[in-house]
Design a protein around this ligand. Structure first.
Ligand code: ZN
Length: 496
């Protein structure tokens, strides 16, 4: 029994209990039905995602395209009837523009052209450069010393090629087992992550000191797909701290380089690289787009519905996270047509997510005073696939019975798991850290492993019916939480 029903039992005498309870359930069901009818009525979701993908294009944090996307989404929110629509500025230390990246094998001298891409916020090379390719296999900071004095002027391969999942298996199973990325399932996720970050920093400093020309990593995907990621640490000016070009190489080409570099001496493998990227002097102003539907009874309390609008730039950012962004817009469009909810529903399209959830971190800092009045933060950020579950970051014991009571009806829509462990890699996690129940949807894979951060993240992979279902789940969940008697129970808030 949910808190709403428990209160009804306590406060309302006799026969009225039954009628009130039924009225409440019937009213909620009627709202669900209205959401579903509205979502099927208009092709707006796909129209929006097509415009965002094809006309605005990839939306790197700090880029003019992302600002255009901020303006366009703000206009959409206004057109749908949202109020308090605005762009909320925050700062990044430096912007970054991708230039070109070419590479070819010159020893053996067949001139094989390598397929590669710069990591985000990587510097370029000093024009056309040549270097010997060596394997660098350190996995923790204590192993770095063994390479001291051996890497000057070298192009290094970061370890052995990845063991890829067979291609016919890539789109099967689930992205997250029990809420955690599969490979980390058996490890303590926090220690694992923090240890890895510390090693990455030590390694970066070491390779720079040793005078390495470039670091090559395996893109780890099939059929020549590349990958990009990358960031800066808080407070860093990346242009002054990053001196070594960092590139991802198509898996098949990386494996070739690894085989060549594994040959015994005196065989040498040499590569020519020419990489050009540009840092944009900062601080650079970037924005989160914000708009809301005011609550009719408790406007000072909120439910946050969010997704990140920024993307990487090898593809169009359609899956990651044009899908989520357009689900948020579509949820706004539908809910704005309905009776105002009890609480305010605030729609936020974050930026800087891909570099470390920086936009949502800026948001909770700027809104510290409001945090105790936010009931939940709901996020859609795993591409186009159907929603199958609600992943909550913490306090699941208290949340589980409430989800069963409030959202039992969405099981019919294929959302069979209403309160499972959430993954940490999106903006809901920022809210959860400061005490606001944070939930990201678990979704079917639906091409996500191919598209994620690669040049295949395009409109082609989008499945409209799945996004329609995602919108229905988002709208229904947001409405239920906004209309609930109480805020959702929270864990102890920590300082942002
Ligand atoms: Zn994403």
């Amino acid at each position: 029994m949910g808190v709403v029903l428990a209160l009804a039992v306590l406060l309302v005498p006799g026969l009225v209990i039954g009628r009130q309870t039924t009225d409440f359930a019937a009213k909620a069901k009627a709202l669900d039905a209205q959401v579903i009818v509205e979502s099927k009525k208009s092709p707006q979701l796909l129209v929006n995602l097509t415009y965002l993908s094809d006309m605005i294009g990839p939306r790197l944090t700090g880029s003019p395209a992302l600002v255009r996307a901020n303006d366009w989404t703000a206009d959409k929110m206004k057109a749908y009837g949202l109020v308090n629509v605005h762009k909320e500025p925050w700062l990044i230390p430096e912007g970054w523009e991708r230039g070109y990246a070419t590479g070819r094998i010159i020893d053996p001298d067949h001139g094989f052209k390598l397929s590669l891409a710069s990591m985000g916020w990587s510097p370029g090379t000093a024009g056309k450069v040549e270097g010997e390719v060596v394997i660098f296999a350190a996995k923790e900071s204590s192993e770095l010393e063994a390479f001291r004095g051996k890497l000057k002027g070298k192009i290094i391969l970061r370890g052995a090629p990845s063991k890829l999942t067979p291609i016919e298996e890539v789109d099967k199973g689930s992205l997250f087992a029990d809420g955690l990325p599969k490979k980390d399932k058996d490890k303590a996720p926090k220690a694992n992550f923090e240890g890895k970050m510390a090693f990455m920093k030590d390694q970066e400093r070491f390779l720079q000191e040793e005078g390495v020309i470039a670091v090559l990593s395996d893109a780890g995907k099939h059929l020549g797909l590349l990958v990009t990621t990358g960031s800066w640490s808080t407070g860093d000016r990346p242009a002054s701290t990053k001196k070594v070009a960092s590139l991802s190489v198509a898996h098949e080409h990386y494996a070739l380089l690894y085989r060549l570099a594994s040959r015994p001496a005196p065989a040498k493998t040499r590569v020519e690289l020419d990489v050009s990227n540009k840092f944009v002097p900062g601080p650079v102003k970037v924005y989160n787009t914000v708009g809301e539907i005011r609550g009719a009874e408790r406007p000072e309390e909120f439910v946050v519905v969010g997704a990140h609008l920024d993307s990487w730039d090898l593809g169009q950012g359609s899956l990651d996270n044009g899908c989520g962004s357009c689900v948020v817009l579509e949820t706004a469009r539908i809910l704005a047509k309905m009776q105002p909810p009890k609480r305010t529903i605030r729609f936020i399209l974050f930026s800087g997510e891909e570099q470390g959830l920086y936009g949502s971190k800026a948001y909770v800092k700027q809104h510290e005073e409001e945090l105790p009045r936010i009931s939940a933060a709901l996020v859609h950020d795993t591409g186009t696939g159907k929603v199958t579950g609600l992943g909550w970051m913490s306090n699941r014991e208290a949340l589980a019975p409430i989800m069963e009571a409030e959202l039992g009806s969405i099981k019919e829509m294929g959302v069979t798991k209403l309160c499972i462990a959430g993954f940490g890699g999106s903006d809901h996690a920022t809210f959860d850290k400061v005490g606001v129940p944070g939930c990201a949807f678990h979704q079917e894979i639906a091409g996500y492993r191919f598209g994620h951060h690669s040049q295949a993240d395009t409109l082609d992979l989008v499945r409209e019916p799945d996004l329609q279902q995602g919108t229905q789940v988002m709208a229904i969940a947001a409405l239920r939480f906004a209309n609930r008697a109480e805020l959702l129970p929270r864990s102890a808030p920590k300082k942002p």
